[in-house]
Design a protein around this ligand. Structure first.
Ligand SMILES: Cc1ncc(C[n+]2csc(CCOP(=O)(O)OP(=O)(O)O)c2C)c(N)n1
Length: 203
């Protein structure tokens, strides 16, 4: 396999945040959202934060599908706040979905990417962001008007403000390598689907 090279001249601070502190600091009340969480770390985190709550659709596979599913949900439920949360690996796998999200621009959708620069779940292989690819610049290039990057706890308050405000936004939460918060969660897709549907539709 060809050796991948780090992009020269990228001016980014080293990631220092621990995702086990940073994700709850940003998403303070996940129960207030309809959440679609991509496979791997973000699904573990959002399910752990809600004790496997019915308002969280945490994927257990289908890598790349999370952001598109969040878009579909936001379009179908314009009166509900939808949070799509995903890893850099998943987002990169289906990066065109970010362009579609930008062009559809539902006002009730926020997309958060927890960027650890690696494919954490499968052994911490470098992802493209670990080699200098900047998803915040890609999001802005796709035309998302509100893009915010969080490198330190000092950047968190603005992230929370953006999450609380109306309008499409993309937040890049840069974290260091390390485990995600984890508790037991259902990995049976039909169980997750049915309880999410019941929580959403009240039946
Ligand atoms: C199509 C496909 N390819 C590969 C995998 C294996 N896989 C599962 S999780 C994962 C890494 C996900 O990385 P990221 O989205 O950055 O999340 P992190 O594990 O770092 O939290 C990979 C490669 C998969 N599930 N599906």
């Amino acid at each position: 396999m060809a050796q991948l090279k780090r992009i020269a001249g990228v001016n980014q601070p080293a990631a220092t945040l621990d995702r086990r502190e940073a994700v709850p600091a940003l998403i303070e009340r996940p129960q207030d959202w309809l959440v679609v969480a991509g496979l791997a770390g973000t699904a573990q985190e959002l399910c752990a934060m809600t004790d496997d709550g019915p308002n969280v659709f945490g994927l257990g596979g289908a890598m790349g599908a999370g952001p598109s599913m969040a878009l579909g949900l936001a379009l179908a439920q314009p009166n509900r706040r939808v949070l799509g949360i995903t890893g850099d690996g998943e987002l990169l796998m289906n990066i065109g979905a970010l362009g579609t999200i930008a062009l559809a621009a539902p006002a009730n959708l926020k997309l958060v990417c927890v960027d650890n620069g690696h494919y954490g779940e499968t052994g911490n292989q470098d992802s493209q962001t670990g080699l200098g690819v900047q998803l915040d610049r890609i999001a802005a290039g796709f035309g998302i008007a509100v893009v915010h990057t969080i490198n330190t706890m000092a950047d968190m308050a603005e992230g929370r403000r953006i999450l609380a405000a109306p309008g499409l936004a993309f937040i890049l939460l840069r974290v260091k390598e390390g485990p995600a918060m984890k508790k037991p969660r259902s990995l049976r897709p039909h169980v997750v689907r049915d309880r999410f549907r019941a929580a959403l539709l009240g039946r």
